[in-house]
Design a protein around this ligand. Structure first.
Ligand code: PEP
Length: 249
């Protein structure tokens, strides 16, 4: 049985004052059935962990280096993130692929480092609008799956987020049929590569303009095990109803 996951990605947003949002979520959702994860900026991880020690919330980071230590000015290793309070790291987000020229092989190397350090990984993938319009979505996702996931994974430590790039931060959302098609495809590809037992324990999140108003409909899709939420995860008043919709699904 896969535990549902409501994952928030704060991106480059949040200072000390925003820790109150995590505190509010932790207080309100003590009895949540779903797992709740918030990927804060690294600067907030340690302080945020004060609100997550015994509650329903776990913390995550948004990137890590592929090496354990060394001369990499400005970078942070998986072990450092774990030490600061993270349990998860988001890897391969389309914004990192675009802004930092990250490719599948980089994502795979970072995932290996993160898993070795003891973090769980959320690997993101998704197609551009032109790729969707050219009917290439499944080829793109198939390539990203093959290229960015390491071979030696266990189901519980890997989460995959399907995030159509054209849906991120735009308010546009694929149809339920489109979400369902991609999630089913991912599950089948995972079964072919890792076997049914591991494949069935990997959680598949949908990400891209998830809001309190569309969450329930998306969570009703069979192979959707939760969401990766950007903008609507910044405020407890928005993220809370999404968590409730996931609990109710
Ligand atoms: C994201 O960046 O992972 C994301 C899904 O953003 P938003 O929810 O704002 O579309």
């Amino acid at each position: 049985m896969r535990r549902k996951l409501a994952a928030g990605n704060w991106k480059m947003n949040g200072t000390s004052a925003d820790l109150a949002q995590i505190e509010a979520l932790a207080e309100k959702h003590t009895g949540a059935l779903s797992e709740i994860m918030i990927a804060t900026p690294d600067t907030l991880l340690h302080r945020a962990s004060a609100f997550t020690k015994s509650g329903p919330i776990t913390l995550g980071a948004q990137n890590c280096h592929k090496n354990e230590t060394g001369a990499h000015t400005g970078d942070v290793s998986a072990e450092m993130l774990l030490d600061a309070g993270a349990s998860y790291v988001i890897l391969g987000h389309s914004e990192r692929r675009a802004d930092h020229d990250e490719h599948d092989e980089d994502v795979r190397a970072k995932a290996r480092a993160a898993l070795k350090a003891g973090l769980r990984v959320i690997i993101c993938m998704g197609e551009e609008l032109q790729e969707r319009e050219a009917d290439n979505t499944l080829d793109i996702i198939g390539g990203q799956l093959a290229g960015s996931i390491p071979d030696d994974i266990s189901g519980e430590t890997l989460v995959i987020a399907y995030e159509p790039i054209w849906a991120i931060g735009t308010g546009k959302v694929p149809s339920i049929a489109q979400i369902s098609e991609v999630h089913d495809f991912i599950r089948i590809r995972l079964e072919q590569r890792f076997g049914p037992q591991i494949a069935r324990s990997i959680r598949l999140l949908y990400g891209g303009s998830v809001k309190p108003t569309n969450a329930a409909e998306i969570f009703a899709v069979q192979n959707v095990d939760g969401a990766l939420v950007g903008g609507a995860s910044l405020k407890a008043a928005d993220f809370g109803p999404i968590i409730e919709a996931l609990d109710a699904s």
